[in-house]
Design a protein around this ligand. Structure first.
Ligand code: ATP
Length: 432
């Protein structure tokens, strides 16, 4: 068993805020509970995660295609999918202070965590988590619509259009990255549980007899994705979700849990959704076997990834204290800046000009930081905190030798490299 991370979530929240990864949302207007904005470094980290995912599962495979569907869909979608009826969490209320909780996440015989009263919870009732709004000027029932609570349904609804417009045949997948909304009863733990979040999902369509094989395939793919993020394998745990606790559509589910600072919690999920969704959306079997011409409803394996939970897990996992320094040991493929370039002294124009040349050349290919403030030690410290893998320093010898000193974030080792080899050095570190 992996040791739970000794980190406190407050440490991550404060680093994220201080360095511009993630800020509290609407802060100057008093904030909005559990809403967070990704800042300049956070958006790079998040985009890198999404880009790597898309490359790995859409671009590098010939059996998966992508879509980008509307966030608001016809309410009939949610009727057919079962969400309007079934997508609920059990809610209880403290009879004394009226604080609300998810009854499956608390111990009902324990005191209320808000006011301390004992034995005073109401009976659990189902609370639907669909986030409602109205389209058009009149706030009436006919205009009622819902923000999607998962990206998945669009892949089912668009199934036939994808099939008809691409040459893809079973087994194949449809992938999507996008926002989802849930009116969570108890959001919290920073970006772990929010009411607006992002998902990366694949609906992988198969014939029923092959479901176990493809379930296994995706289980392995998920572990290999997690490894590519640099997350320590001993902090990941599979949880076989038992009968009675699975979502209404699932015949088998594995949760991939991570040891977050606040406990072991779901990071990703893998579900066998059977043919539940396509049957509910399509009156007629939407797929014809190209050889037998037999029409049938494909079955579905769904691996699903939360983007924000990925950001949180990689930040927690990469956070390393080395003596008095903080180093964010993110894999180079994820870091916002692939390198930082410094002139040794900011008041020597020759050094600044030469360093600027290197900076401008590297920027054609990578996100690169420039820093000429303070001393070199402070600049290293600052780049370590945001995970920059290489610091490239220009000194007087560089002018003569056309080289620079490259310091490695993790080992602290410094080597001199000819200027024309810098880009290749950085590029090599990005291979995953
Ligand atoms: P939980 O049990 O934590 O509520 P879930 O089982 O309802 O999660 P899924 O419906 O399987 O979650 O959603 C797929 C993925 O989307 C989750 O594995 C998670 O990474 C992410 N996710 C779900 N709900 C939230 C949320 N409120 N905030 C952030 N990410 C979320």
């Amino acid at each position: 068993m992996g040791d739970p991370s000794p980190l406190s979530i407050d440490t991550i929240v404060s680093l994220a805020k201080r360095r511009g990864f993630i800020f509290p949302g609407s802060a100057i207007h008093g904030g909005l509970a559990n809403s967070w904005d990704y800042g300049p470094l956070g958006v790079e980290l998040k985009n890198n995660i999404k880009q790597l995912w898309w490359d790995r599962f859409v671009h590098r495979r010939d059996d998966i295609v992508g879509i980008d569907a509307a966030l608001i869909m016809n309410p009939k979608v949610w009727e057919a999918s079962g969400h309007l009826k079934e997508f609920s969490d059990p809610l209880v209320e403290c009879k004394k202070c009226h604080e609300r909780f998810r009854s499956d996440l608390i111990v009902l015989s324990a005191p209320c965590s808000s006011c301390g009263a004992t034995g005073s919870f109401t009976e659990p009732r189902a609370f639907n988590m669909m986030l409602k709004t109205f389209l058009g000027p009149a706030e009436e029932k006919a205009n009622e619509v819902f923000f999607r609570p998962e990206t998945a349904q669009a892949m089912f609804v668009d199934f036939k259009q994808v099939l008809d417009t691409s040459r893809i045949r079973l087994p194949f997948g449809i992938a999507q990255i996008g926002k989802a909304f849930r009116n969570e009863i108890t959001p919290g733990n920073f970006i772990f549980r929010t009411r607006e979040f992002e998902q990366m999902e694949i609906e992988y369509f198969i014939s029923e007899k092959e479901w176990e094989k493809w379930f296994e395939h995706w289980r392995e793919e998920m572990h290999s994705w997690i490894a590519s993020l640099g997350i320590q394998a001993n902090r990941i745990h599979e949880l076989e979700v038992p009968d009675g606790e699975r979502a209404h559509y699932s015949r088998r589910t594995i949760d991939f849990e991570y040891d977050f600072p606040f406990g072991r919690k779901e990071l990703y999920g893998l579900a066998y959704r059977t043919d539940f969704d396509l049957r509910n959306h399509f009156y007629e079997a939407p797929y014809k076997d190209p050889e037998t011409n037999e029409a049938f409803y494909p079955h579905v394996i769904e691996p699903t990834w939360g983007v924000d939970r990925t950001v949180l897990a990689v930040l927690c996992d990469a956070y390393t204290e080395v003596e008095d320094r903080l180093v964010l040991k993110l894999p180079p493929s994820l870091v916002p800046y692939k390198a930082a370039v410094f002139p040794l002294l900011a008041n020597k124009p020759q050094l600044v000009d030469f360093a600027r040349k290197i900076y401008n050349a590297l920027r054609k290919e990578f996100m690169v930081a420039w820093d000429d403030r303070g001393n070199i030690g402070k600049r290293y410290y600052s780049q370590d905190e945001i995970g920059t893998p290489y610091c490239v320093t220009v000194d007087f010898d560089s002018l003569e030798k056309e080289d620079a000193t490259v310091r490695n974030r993790d080992s602290g080792e410094q080597i001199r490299l000819p200027v024309d080899r810098l880009a290749a050095h950085i590029r090599n570190s990005l291979r995953t």
